[in-house]
Design a protein around this ligand. Structure first.
Ligand SMILES: *[C@@H]1O[C@H](CO)[C@@H](O)[C@H](O)[C@H]1NC(C)=O
Ligand SMILES: *[C@@H]1O[C@H](CO)[C@@H](O)[C@H](O)[C@H]1NC(C)=O
Ligand SMILES: *[C@@H]1O[C@H](CO)[C@@H](O)[C@H](O)[C@H]1NC(C)=O
Ligand SMILES: *[C@@H]1O[C@H](CO)[C@@H](O)[C@H](O)[C@H]1NC(C)=O
Ligand SMILES: *[C@@H]1O[C@H](CO)[C@@H](O)[C@H](O)[C@H]1NC(C)=O
Ligand SMILES: *[C@@H]1O[C@H](CO)[C@@H](O)[C@H](O)[C@H]1NC(C)=O
Ligand SMILES: *[C@@H]1O[C@H](CO)[C@@H](O)[C@H](O)[C@H]1NC(C)=O
Ligand SMILES: *[C@@H]1O[C@H](CO)[C@@H](O)[C@H](O)[C@H]1NC(C)=O
Ligand SMILES: *[C@@H]1O[C@H](CO)[C@@H](O)[C@H](O)[C@H]1NC(C)=O
Length: 369
């Protein structure tokens, strides 16, 4: 054996001894799975990151009392891929917080009190795939925050207090697949906010205060499957849509879907969810109805929306209403069938629904008289 080989062997032995020593130190406080290099330090009342556990590929620190993370503290965590910091007291994320842990793929920061996320917080995390900042106290996100992690696939910003997003917040994130912005206080969104997101598959904007959206906001989302706009304040569909599998519009203030916008997306929307809107089943509703969503092979109303007006149709299922335009005149039997749609099929339904409405009314009136 050459002296070189002996030296190398000694070095290796020394190195593993040090590693052993370190992981043993980690084992004292946490449960360290040596084979998998997985460390569980949940519920240990820690106030700081246990640097003895720097061997970990997975480090879980749920339910501790960490309030601040010292920038650079992860510099020896050369193997760390998944870092779980949910349920702590973290209130801000400083610049370079994760710098050094360049293998990091997943950061979970849910259930903290984060109100500030520095624009250089993700410096040194080029391999990051997923960041979860849900259930925090963020009220705004500046542009550039995520641009140091250009491989991000998932960003979760749900359940914060976001009122404002910079137009550049997701800029250059060309491989992002899921964005969660639900349960915030967003009133409007900049037109260009999703312009680079041609790989986006799922966009959750539910439970915000959006009342209208810029016309071309979703234009570049050519791969989107699900767009969730439930529980907002939309009064009209002002935006165009690319091909989409599922569009959720429940619990908004929609009375009718404008004809122009419908032209631009019917037939390419798969499942449509429309409950909880004050649908006006009158003439304004005509473009919506006449496109015959219900029978369209491409567009299926999956829930059971009902009319809020006119009075005679309140609580009638939108799917069963065969209302034609102009609105049926209850006191004129002859007019009804004449205006009843463009083919005999629809006329028949009109006549049917006319009698369904008038007969019970007639009986009521007869008895009242
Ligand atoms: C062991 O821990 C010390 C600090 O406690 C650190 O300087 C050293 O790099 C660690 N060694 C390994 C192999 O992680
Ligand atoms: C959230 O941040 C606001 C200031 O932006 C502060 O007044 C409030 O106490 C914070 N809430 C929590 C739970 O940290
Ligand atoms: C980002 O980290 C590198 C070292 O990894 C450092 O040189 C650079 O100054 C950091 N950038 C900022 C803005 O802190
Ligand atoms: C719908 O189209 C009709 C004519 O095709 C037009 O008169 C009406 O203004 C349009 N309504 C909306 C909301 O665009
Ligand atoms: C619908 O699309 C056509 C052609 O693509 C366009 O001219 C029209 O302005 C669009 N309507 C709306 C409301 O976006
Ligand atoms: C339809 O009903 C809505 C809501 O009640 C109303 O704003 C609209 O003017 C009505 N349209 C027609 C043509 O009656
Ligand atoms: C419509 O349905 C709702 C909920 O089921 C009910 O509260 C309301 O009284 C109904 N209105 C009419 C006019 O039937
Ligand atoms: C219904 O039709 C009759 C006769 O055609 C007409 O006199 C009456 O004004 C119409 N009522 C309404 C609400 O349009
Ligand atoms: C409307 O038409 C459908 C068939 O297209 C029928 O099943 C339904 O009973 C009709 N509704 C009314 C109220 O006439």
């Amino acid at each position: 054996m050459t002296p070189f080989v002996i030296l190398s062997l000694l070095l290796v032995l020394f190195h593993s001894a040090v590693a052993q020593q370190n992981s043993t130190a980690c084992d004292v406080q946490c449960s360290y799975e040596e084979d998998l290099q997985e460390t569980n330090c949940d519920s240990r009342q820690f106030e700081s990151i246990p640097i003895e556990c720097s061997q970990s590929t997975y480090l879980s620190l749920r339910y501790n009392q960490i309030a601040e993370i010292e920038p650079g503290i992860f510099r020896d965590f050369l193997h760390l891929e998944r870092l779980i910091l949910s349920h702590n007291n973290i209130y801000q994320i400083n610049a370079n917080t994760f710098n050094g842990a360049y293998q990091l793929e997943v950061i979970d920061l849910t259930y903290n009190h984060i109100h500030t996320f520095n624009r250089d917080a993700l410096n040194g995390t080029e391999n990051l795939l997923s960041i979860d900042l849900g259930k925090n106290n963020l009220s705004s996100i500046e542009g550039g925050n995520f641009q140091l992690a250009l491989n991000l696939k998932i960003i979760d910003l749900s359940s914060n207090h976001l009122t404002y997003l910079s137009p550049a917040v997701f800029q250059d994130l060309k491989s992002i697949k899921n964005i969660f912005l639900n349960n915030n206080k967003l009133v409007d969104l900049p037109e260009n906010i999703f312009k680079d997101q041609s790989s986006l598959i799922y966009l959750d904007l539910a439970n915000n205060f959006l009342s209208s959206l810029p016309r071309d906001i979703f234009k570049n989302l050519v791969q989107i499957n699900i767009l969730d706009l439930d529980a907002n304040r939309l009064t009209a569909i002002t935006f165009t849509l690319p091909t989409i599998l599922s569009l959720k519009l429940r619990d908004n203030e929609l009375k009718h879907l404008g004809n122009a916008s419908i032209e631009n997306w019917t037939g390419r929307v798969g499942n449509l969810y429309l409950e909880g809107n004050p649908w006006a089943c009158n003439c304004s509703f005509e473009p919506f109805r006449s496109f015959r969503f219900r029978v369209s092979p491409y567009c299926d109303i999956r829930d059971n929306p009902v009319c809020a007006s006119p009075l005679v149709l309140v609580n009638q299922s939108l799917k069963n209403v065969n209302q034609t335009c102009p609105l049926q005149n209850i006191s004129s039997t002859t007019e009804v069938t004449n205006v009843g749609g463009r083919n005999g099929h629809i006329s028949e339904h009109s006549r049917y629904s006319f009698f369904a409405l008038v007969l019970p009314l007639g009986i009521v009136f007869y008895y009242l008289w």
